[in-house]
Design a protein around this ligand. Structure first.
Ligand code: DAT
Ligand code: MG
Length: 144
């Protein structure tokens, strides 16, 4: 997901570009306003933490771009491309390392396990919104 700061800063294209160039496949995408209720379900694991209220306020502060990406090991790969939660610690070359400065406003969300990916995709998308298609590029990315 590109968070509200990424949308406001004009970085939606940059984030998509970095993920697509790695070779993973975009299968769903939409811009949407996250409701407080959806935010609470999405970030349920963080309930009770000191930053929870500001996290919910931030993620509901403007539209986000929610996406589903597929590929071998896609969760680990996207987490590595995104970089550390604290953008000051995130390595150069990562999305947060190159483009963000502050933990609250760290531009992107990426699911942290296949299980949370499944849970989060179901929160944000209908099954009918997921596009199943053969990516011709796969032959060149993964080998013929
Ligand atoms: P990530 O987004 O890297 O998966 P997370 O799941 O631990 O990180 O936390 C979710 C978001 O909450 C994170 O992107 C920014 C915010 N956050 C996490 N830890 C924080 C902290 N110590 N202070 C302020 N915000 C924090
Ligand atoms: Mg997380």
């Amino acid at each position: 997901m590109v968070k509200p700061d990424g949308v406001q800063r004009g970085l939606v294209g940059e984030v998509i570009d970095r993920l697509a160039k790695k070779g993973i496949q975009l299968v769903a995408l939409k811009m949407m306003q996250v409701s407080p209720e959806l935010a609470g379900r999405h970030y349920g694991e963080h309930q009770g933490k000191p930053f929870y209220d500001s996290l919910i306020a931030f993620i509901t502060s403007g539209p986000v771009v929610a996406m589903v990406w597929e590929g071998d090991d896609v969760v680990a790969i996207t987490r590595r491309l995104i970089g550390d939660t604290d953008p000051r610690e995130a390595l150069p070359g990562t999305i947060r390392g190159d483009l963000a400065l502050f933990t609250g406003n760290n531009l992107v969300h990426g699911s942290d396990s296949p299980e949370s990916a499944g849970r989060e995709i179901a929160l944000f998308f209908d099954e009918s919104e997921i596009c199943r298609y053969r990516l011709v590029l796969d032959d060149w990315v993964y080998g013929l």
